[in-house]
Ligand binder design. Structure first.
Ligand SMILES: O=C[C@H](O)[C@H](O)COP(=O)(O)O
Ligand SMILES: C=C(OP(=O)(O)O)C(=O)O
Ligand SMILES: [Mn+2]
Length: 438
């Protein structure tokens, strides 16, 4: 029988011990699903609204989650900044915002190089906590399939807390001020947010006065997503839904195929073509319109709105040249797709200190280019996909706090790509809200 790996699967770990892999996969096949297929369908209908130009997607979280990062503070801070950004976008632009965390499963990383060399020592590259350890020792860098079981448990803990927050009152719109308390005095963007929160308070008081049900504001819809990279993991967590008899990848509500694994005949496209979740594909600067059309035909043969999201990541200097032809041809082919901008992955560079970084200004330029291209074509700029954290890290330069290259070492905590910090994330949301309003 042909296996997924026979199809040519890019970016897979070389597991050293087949018996250990079989045991981990066996365990994963027996565990309960992390999400319910009906929830995936709900998200799909929300993404259909994005496709129709009636809603905007905010997708964000770490480049790479870590097992050590599964703490209440870390999860809460990430959720909090996403809720604040969503409020800014919804209120300032009067557009419904679909909230999608890049979390509870984002543990595996594709890499440019299979190895990493430090001071003359070459070891296998770190491929995310799903595969091996970040620590630069030969022992830690050996792929260990037991980590896949740990990914499941880490994802379950994260999702459990997120579900508690979004349904249990933390995400209640009447808490708009509370999300900002430790922040407001220290930054201009915090004060700007506070003014917006005051306006929301007044609007809520008004709505209550005219008889609206305050419980309407008590909970928010929030979904999970990650890159479907490790085939054994995603396949083991694919289950047949008892309602519809259709297969769903129950590791997450939404999964996407990365830029490095989107080969039309490759294993990732094959696997995701068989599941019913809403899915995404990253499209980098080498993508031709024919590539995109062929991917859409294979991944969404019924052309169902909400099923497929194209996440473009061209780079700030290229987007105005490359995106128009892509969007124009895909649209002319009648393809139903949500267009989302990842302004991070085309804009990474190495600072002289050796830290991988991105400039906030490049990020904004790419988003502005994305809006301008869609505006010129009459298509809908459907959302943003960002690497961010709720903490005050120093990983991307620029922004209102004018973080400089020299500051990067102060608090650089990412194990893979540099993330926007809390201030930069909120600033981005105000700028995107302005673009949306226009
Ligand atoms: O997050 C995306 C990729 O895994 C990452 O950009 C690859 O980084 P690398 O070029 O350091 O391998
Ligand atoms: C690997 C990633 O991106 P891309 O596939 O676009 O390079 C990512 O989103 O972290
Ligand atoms: Mn990344």
């Amino acid at each position: 029988m042909q296996t997924l790996r026979d199809l040519g699967a890019a970016q897979q770990p070389q597991w050293p011990n087949q018996a250990a892999l079989d045991a981990a996969v066996g365990k994963l096949r027996s565990v309960p699903p992390l999400v319910f297929a009906g929830e995936c369908d709900d998200l799909k209908s929300k993404l259909a609204a994005v496709t129709r130009g009636e809603a905007f997607l905010l997708q964000g979280g770490d480049c790479a989650e870590t097992f050590d990062g599964v703490t209440a503070d870390n999860v809460r801070n990430k959720l909090r900044v996403l809720l604040q950004m969503a409020v800014v976008l919804t209120y300032a632009a009067s557009v419904p915002v679909v909230k999608l965390g890049r979390l509870a499963g984002q543990y595996a990383k594709p890499r440019s190089s299979d190895t990493e060399t430090r001071e003359g020592l070459t070891l296998p590259a770190y491929r995310g906590d799903a595969v091996n350890g970040f620590e630069f020792t030969a022992e830690s860098r050996v792929p260990d399939p037991q980590r896949l079981v740990e990914v499941y448990h880490a994802s379950a803990s994260t999702l459990n807390l997120v579900r508690a927050f979004v349904t249990g009152g933390y995400a209640d719109l009447r808490q708009v001020h509370t999300w900002n308390t430790d922040f407001v005095k220290s930054s201009p963007v915090g004060r700007r947010y506070e003014q917006l929160a005051d306006e929301i308070d007044r609007a809520l008081t008004f709505m209550k006065a005219i008889g609206a049900d305050p419980d309407e504001f008590h909970r928010v819809d929030f979904h999970s997503s990650h890159e479907a990279l490790i085939l054994e993991y995603e396949h083991a967590l694919t289950r047949v839904d008892s309602r519809t008899q259709q297969p769903y990848d129950v590791s997450s509500h939404f999964v996407w195929i990365g830029e490095r694994t989107r080969q039309l005949d490759g294993a990732h496209v094959e696997l995701l073509s068989h599941i019913k979740n809403p899915i995404g594909v990253k499209l980098g600067p080498t993508t031709t319109p024919d590539d995109a059309i062929a991917l859409a035909n294979k991944l969404n043969p019924e052309n169902e709105p909400g099923r497929l999201t194209f996440i473009t990541r061209m780079g700030a200097g290229k987007i105005r040249d490359l995106l128009p032809n892509l969007v124009e041809k895909v649209t002319a082919a009648g393809i139903q797709v949500a267009w989302v901008c990842d302004p991070m992955h085309g804009n990474t560079w190495e600072a002289s200190s050796g830290y991988k970084t991105r400039s906030f200004e490049d990020v904004i330029h790419e988003v502005q280019g994305f809006f301008d291209v869609h505006h010129a074509l009459g298509t809908w700029p459907g959302g943003v996909h960002v690497e961010l954290t709720g903490d005050d890290v120093t990983e991307c330069v620029g922004g209102g706090e004018a973080l400089a290259e020299i500051d990067l070492g102060n608090r650089y905590e990412s194990v893979c790509d540099p993330r926007l910090n809390r201030v930069q994330s909120l600033e981005l949301s105000f700028l995107v809200a302005e673009m949306l309003r226009k």
